[in-house]
Design a protein around this ligand. Structure first.
Ligand code: GLN
Length: 278
């Protein structure tokens, strides 16, 4: 069978299995199984699939049909146009989180400045690595409770050429940090514990619970961060956090209770997604 025919058959199979993004998923899984880039597939689509490629494709289609997200199957995902490896200890980077990177870049800091950054609950390291690629003289510290996530984040910093400016340390929110930082960023777990059972299976069964569960009202991590981070900020420094679509009012009152100003930035869908505090 040709590669193009295999892709068409994979798309049909996924569509018949109720996968809404069947065509896109089929393309990514075929590229991965056959070790081809998108350009290879377009230019050499009439070439043969090969026995090993076919076996790999069959296995990954079975996983997709069983509800595993494409990012988990290929163990990688793109964020801010950069490649990131994943592990079971890291959240799959979401496009919504690019709003946080944009908000940070929009603060008006000198792009060539030697900013000191901290990323709390760094996971795959995607936010910190994206910012370090944008600010070539900045340095950053990524903190995570999960040792597995730290291994992945270190590898992602190396893969994207910023390892010499990034350090990753184990710790619980800000407890292990000594400032000052010009910028502290976090995409902490913010889903209320009771809501997790009702999330889509792709999130509930495949993203780490540690990265999702924000406690009884979803705000536990923000409370801890706000109790610790303001003392770590340099004069004129900022704290940027991602929030759930319905958490703007809660975050505004938490910020006010800690004497911080708060500005909210919406994601592409128009939902409040990032709170900028100073
Ligand atoms: N945005 C993620 C989701 O919707 C949640 C990530 C988080 O809790 N930080 O699944």
């Amino acid at each position: 069978m040709s590669r193009i025919a295999a892709r068409a058959r994979a798309a049909d199979l996924l569509a018949a299995g109720g996968i809404e993004t069947a065509a896109l998923d089929a393309r990514i899984l075929v590229e991965e199984a056959l070790g081809l880039t998108a350009t290879d597939l377009a230019l050499r689509g009439t070439g043969p699939v090969g026995v090993e490629g076919a076996e790999r494709l069959t296995a990954s289609l079975a996983r997709r049909l069983a509800g595993e997200p494409v990012a988990r199957i290929i163990g990688a995902w793109e964020f801010w146009g950069l490649p990131f490896g994943l592990s079971p200890d890291t959240l799959v980077p979401r496009p919504d989180t690019e709003t946080l990177v944009e908000a940070a870049l929009g603060l008006g800091l000198d792009p060539g400045g030697s900013h000191r950054l901290a990323d709390l609950g760094t996971g795959s390291g995607c936010i910190l690595v994206a910012l370090l690629t944008e600010w070539p003289s900045a340095h950053g510290l990524g903190l995570d409770r999960s040792h597995g996530a730290l291994v992945t984040a270190r590898a992602n910093a190396a893969r994207n050429g910023v390892a010499d400016r990034a350090a990753f340390v184990a710790g619980d929110w800000a407890a292990a940090l000594a400032g000052p930082f010009d910028l502290v960023v976090a995409n902490p777990p913010y889903i209320a514990s009771a809501v997790i059972a009702g999330l889509s299976g792709e999130v509930r069964d495949h993203d780490p619970r540690l990265a999702l569960d924000g406690g009884p009202d979803g705000l536990d991590a923000y409370r801890t961060i706000l109790a610790q981070v303001p003392r770590l900020l340099a004069p004129g420094g900022h704290l940027l956090v991602e929030i759930g679509y319905d958490q703007e009012a809660s975050l505004r009152s938490l910020a006010a209770a800690h004497g911080l100003s708060a500005r909210v930035v919406c994601d592409l869908a128009g939902h409040p997604r990032v709170v900028v505090m100073a």
